[in-house]
Write a protein that binds this ligand. Structure first.
Ligand SMILES: Nc1nc2c(ncn2[C@@H]2O[C@H](COP(=O)(O)OP(=O)(O)OP(=O)(O)O)[C@@H](O)[C@H]2O)c(=O)[nH]1
Ligand SMILES: [Mg+2]
Length: 202
């Protein structure tokens, strides 16, 4: 059964790996460079305006935030990578908490899929390619969300999407979903894909 989107809580804000959620529910983690739209995507999927904090300044999300969706699954908002301005101790803290979600997380087997965001207009950056190679090497399941698609006109949109889908860096059979918070494109498709992977619907 589909989750009741009226029953959502921010269950955990984790600044260290010891604070990661430890329970049997499936998790879906949102990954991508800073400012690509991870928190916005979570709000859209949960049909809320601001349950996940959005900012026009990159580097907004600095903790790993677990949203409990009707006690059926977690959406996990991760800090973005590739934000050069954040230096020193902060950058290390960010890198370590995101990194440890993937590499030192005793509940990694609960990670059902990574939702990897790529800006459709920009295409995969060097950092995105690093993340995609990392997921390929660790055999982690992922879905590619091509976001901010509203920024492209129809013809450019089709061209950019085909270019992305034919990029050999992605694992064969990869699911691509074009998305926009502005037009609502891709929202229902991604909700359905998540519920299906979490075995809530067939
Ligand atoms: N045009 C357009 N803008 C978007 C879209 N999605 C997000 N944005 C904008 O992009 C900016 C960054 O969005 P966030 O959701 O905070 O990005 P984030 O990936 O969570 O960023 P960090 O927390 O820094 O990693 C905001 O100004 C959003 O309004 C989209 O589909 N289309
Ligand atoms: Mg964010």
């Amino acid at each position: 059964m589909k989750p009741n989107l009226h029953n959502i809580t921010l269950a955990q804000v984790a600044g260290t790996k010891e604070q990661f959620i430890d329970d049997p529910l499936y998790q879906f983690a949102f990954s991508g460079r800073s400012n690509v739209g991870k928190s916005s995507l979570i709000n859209s999927l949960l049909e809320r305006k601001a349950i996940a904090k959005v900012s026009s300044n990159p580097g907004h999300t600095i903790t790993v935030n677990f949203f409990n969706v009707d006690d059926k699954l977690y959406l996990v908002d991760l800090p973005g990578y590739g934000y050069a301005k954040r230096g020193g101790k902060d950058k290390k803290q960010w890198a370590s908490v995101t990194d440890s979600y993937f590499t030192q997380n005793p509940n990694i087997d609960k990670l059902c899929s990574i939702i990897q965001l790529v800006d459709l207009k920009i295409g995969p950056t060097v950092d995105d390619k690093g993340m995609i190679n990392f997921m390929n090497n660790l055999n982690l399941p992922y879905i590619i969300v091509a976001t901010k698609s509203d920024k492209l006109k129809k013809l450019e949109f089709q061209k950019a999407l085909t270019k992305l889908q034919t990029n050999p860096i992605f694992r064969e059979g990869t699911k691509f979903i074009p998305f926009s918070i502005k037009t609502g494109l891709g929202k229902v498709e991604l909700q359905t894909e998540i519920y299906r992977r979490a075995k809530l619907i067939i």
